[in-house]
Design a protein around this ligand. Sequence first.
Ligand code: SF4
Length: 796
Amino acid sequence: MSERQRVLATPLDQLLADARAIRDVQFGSRVTYSPKVFIPLTMLCRDKCGYCTFAQPPARLENPYLSAEQVLAIAKQGARMGCHEALFTLGERPELRYDVAKDWLNANGFDSTVHYLHDMAALVLKETGLLPHANAGALYKDELAMLRKVSPSQGMMIESLRDDLDCHRGAPDKEPQRRLDTLQWAGELNIPFTTGILVGIGETREDRIDALEAIATSHAKYGHVQEVIVQNFLPKPRTGMQHEAPCPEDEYLWSIAAARIILPSSIHLQAPPNLSDDFSILLDAGIDDWGGVSPVTADHVNPERPWPALDKLRTVTEAKGKSLAPRLTVYPEFVINPEKWFDPSLDFALMDRSDAEGLARDDSGQVWPEKVTAADVVHDGAEVVLVGHRSTQWYSGANNAPPMLIPFERMGEGEKITGPVAEVLRGVELGHRINEQEIVTLFGARGPEVRAIAHVADDLRKQIVGEEVTWVHNRNINYTNVCTFKCRFCGFSKGPLSLNLRGTPYLLTLDDIAERAKEAWDLGATEVTLQGGIHPDFDGDYYIDVTRAVKDAVPDMHVHGFTALEVTEGAKRLGESLFSYITRLKEAGLASLPGTAAEILDDDIRNIICSDKINTEEWLDCHQVAHEAGLKSNITIMFGSVEHPLSWAKHIVRTRALQEVTGGFTEFIPLPFVHMASPIYLQHKARRGPTFRETVLMHAIGRIAYRGLIDNVQVSWTKIGQEGAQQLLRAGCNDMGGTLMNENISRAAGANHGQLMTEESFRAIAEPLGRSLRQRTTTYGRPDREPPTRQAVAAL
Ligand code: SF4
């Protein structure tokens, strides 16, 4: 029996179950939607379709086209509401039917409606960053190619391949071969393409299968069909089909399920939620996408059927055991493969709105293209300042408040999750150690899944380290910002060899360093953290001299110092073995390594962000040797610039494997990438750091993945801010890190959170959570020195 015969013969209930099973295997629990604003560029159309209320005669319209100002005003409203997509919908070639359209285009300097669409899409992209989706109907290849430069995706419904439908009698552009040609040309041009069928306009089930098979055939050749929309016919007043019956519900569900079974499983399947009274049943038929949902504009094609509010969409989706995720106008599979699918001029616009998976950034708030200008005064802070519209989403290091993802109240029984994330967590509860693929699965969590992961991490934290929140009284001494390396994320390094040509290079003397260490001790510090650029004049003895300078000034100070790069480079410059060099550092007084310079321990990513730095193997080697020499160290991960979750998982698994051998790591410190003044972001080659969801997950998954091996997970307050830190403390974290005093590195990348925390400010974060605060030493012991008196501190 052929697939067609099987689909036609299978009872509806079974067909729906089969479709759901395909969807669940392919897409797990995730259901997507695109937050969009609808821009009806022109409601004139040369076609007359029997079901359409979108197209209007010129007499009903004030102007044949929206003006550029009107287009921009709608788009800005969408950007202010947190949309990511500008959906351009328009009639087909109205200038071929109406003089008023032809004259308007001539008067405004455009050859055609498609040319005007091109310019308006470019305008919206430039001014608002919203990603255009051009829905311009049947186009010729040169038109598709022109729009590809300004519109990451394009769309055209196939509707039906029947050429004798009454509803299409007055619609030359609905001629099936025109539609198929457009679909094929889009494939030849590597355009992520949206298409679909209309159900209930006079076609049969066999006809629908014909259309679906044609789409599948085209996709098999080019891989370009990102989604198929299955849309139900509803009769509308003042249309040719106003007296026809609406598409019966069973027929509609059958068509959705048939599409899921006939189409390749990688193609997303969409049904609009606003065209069904109970849209939850669409999930039962196998869809994984709700399509564009606008918080701003009406559905101009179905104005009588408003979109459901986002909250309702989420409630309905989660009630079916699914999680809701916003996407861009293109799906992640395309976003993460830009060379093939996009004009290079669009790469940054896509990256700028996407998260690590290639979905839309999901923190609430506005995203505007960032415009910067050089700062008037540059000392050790950021060299650029933001101008123009301010984005209001949360970013690592920015002052914007994070969304509340981990509320104080735990989720109730009604929020039990199902699907792949739930399965991994079940394994965790049984004591399994999660592997690389399971870590990737957890990083895909959304909504209640994120809360579930945080709760598991929080329970582990309680079992392992109890209710104390720890902090260390330390001072950062960044002795030089001159560096021979060219890490593309680094806003700190200065000098002729770095990517930052402005700013003031500095090098502290050994006396300065000793003085700062002494001052820190007098203020109560138990640790100095030493790290800086790799100065061209340093040989390895410099680091030994710095360590000695601190220890000579303050013998009891814990020297926590030097990135794996500094240590490796120091040994290399002296031609000494790592073990011998680290042993000499230890003898000079070095007590532990901070674990920095790890960035992402995946060489494919290091080749992009820090190609001249030590590689993964060298970082791991350095720490292994340090552990063998008796020094403790930390694992850091700088995440959210260019990499995807698989790289995070590799990083965690690789460092965990080393910890199993040496046991020398004390804590896990996620460092969310601060994008604002980072060279790689200013060069338009990186994302805006992680989303807050990703940040929560990194800490919580770290707690879970390192269980039994690393007891401490630290919040980096310079990047997270106080409100965010409280949520992370409910997601597996137990440590707030250090007071820092003069932390320069995050600030140079544009972080706004201060340079100093005090015991009181740590207490203000921890105690409202019912957690006690405890000062610790670097290695999590109890400090054995008395804190300085208030008078002594005041005098300093
Ligand atoms: S991250 Fe470190 S090694 Fe890289 S450029 Fe900055 S200071 Fe130099």
